[in-house]
Design a protein around this ligand. Structure first.
Ligand code: AMP
Length: 113
């Protein structure tokens, strides 16, 4: 086991509030929500960030976006939502396991949330 927080969530070593799970993808509620609905969608396999997506691992990213649409429907985000993936220091990425924030449930500003 590496020292990655989200790999530990995938392994069940650290608890999470799961919203969706299948063979390759996990979604759970952000521990510090920045909007009424704030969910993180991650590949179960460790990919560090958006800059590390390659032809070999990109299929899971397409699948994540299918899952994002399903979650948005089930969460009732009919008025819209935002998808954010921070990559690297300038973006303020704090967990170095690829993840997509789903933010919604209120009018969002031009800031991240
Ligand atoms: P980022 O800053 O884009 O890397 O996003 C990391 C996100 O992970 C932040 O929004 C944190 O609030 C969230 N986070 C950190 N630890 C946990 C945890 N144990 N469970 C759920 N979300 C977490």
């Amino acid at each position: 086991m590496n020292d990655c927080l989200f790999c530990k969530i995938v392994a069940g070593i650290i608890p999470s509030t799961k919203v969706y799970e299948d063979e390759t993808v996990l979604a759970f509620r952000d521990i510090a929500p920045m909007a009424p609905t704030h969910i993180l969608v991650i590949p179960k396999a460790h990919i560090p960030d958006a800059a590390s997506v390659t032809p070999e691992n990109s299929a899971v990213v397409a699948h994540i976006f299918e899952v994002i649409g399903e979650i948005a429907k089930s969460e009732g985000l009919d008025e819209g939502f935002r998808v954010v993936s921070n990559c690297g220091a300038h973006a303020g990425q704090t967990v170095h396991h690829l993840h997509f924030h789903i933010l919604g449930g209120r009018q969002l500003t031009l800031e991240m949330a």
